[in-house]
Design a protein around this ligand. Structure first.
Ligand code: FAD
Length: 172
């Protein structure tokens, strides 16, 4: 949503969001969708990109396929199913891929003894940020999963206070 709207503000002639499910399943706040529409973003819903088209250097299009909604998947949302033979091309010169995010495994991989959740987030005490490894504190998205700046700042402040206490106790 941010990328599509920013592209328009930076001078793109047209900005299109391609999404494989319908508006009902869109993982965006309602007002974000409304504001995007007001700003002139076009939505290609129930559409999935299949391949980029272009020469050696320049992108000229994205081949897409129309989708329909099938049975709900493990997320509880209806699974998008491609409609065979419905391929079509959208002319574009820039593509921003936005397919979700998740915890980077580098820190837990290089820091043995960090307890992780099933989703790969670092388990930390919400009041102090203390992790399962003594003297290691964590907060923000890596603990909660995708959340907000305010929550990350709050966790940072609580962890800073806890680190201060930890270091002072160690010194004594
Ligand atoms: C597209 C998008 C739009 C969003 N819009 C909003 C919004 O409107 N309002 C809102 O409140 N929130 C929004 N969020 C969520 C918000 O950005 C996050 O919740 C917040 O940034 C989390 O802060 P953080 O400090 O936990 O993590 P991050 O901001 O992700 O910071 C982690 C930092 O650690 C660095 N890092 C990672 N690994 C290493 C390493 N091994 N060594 C050193 N550095 C490392 C990364 O480069 C990064 O700079 C949005 C998120 C996205 C993706």
């Amino acid at each position: 949503m941010d990328s599509a709207r920013t592209a328009l503000r930076l001078g793109a002639k047209e900005s299109i969001i391609v999404y494989r499910r319908s508006e009902q399943e869109l993982l965006a706040r309602e007002e974000e969708v409304e504001h995007a529409k007001e700003e002139g973003i076009h939505f290609q819903l129930l559409t999935n990109p299949i391949r980029f088209i272009g020469g050696d250097r320049a992108l000229t299009g994205v081949e897409c396929i129309r989708m329909e909604l099938g049975e709900p998947d493990e997320s509880g949302r209806r699974r998008p199913v491609p409609i065979s033979g419905s391929e079509f091309t959208i002319k574009v010169d820039t593509v921003v891929i936005a397919i979700g995010n998740g915890p980077h495994p580098l820190v837990p991989r290089t820091t043995k003894g960090l307890k992780l959740s099933q989703r790969g987030n670092i388990v930390a005490d919400p009041k102090t940020g203390q992790t399962s490894k003594e003297g290691v504190f964590a907060g923000g998205d890596i603990v909660t999963g995708a959340a907000t700046v305010i929550e990350a700042m709050g966790a940072g402040k609580r962890a800073a206070a806890a680190i201060d206490r930890y270091l002072k106790e160690k010194k004594e």
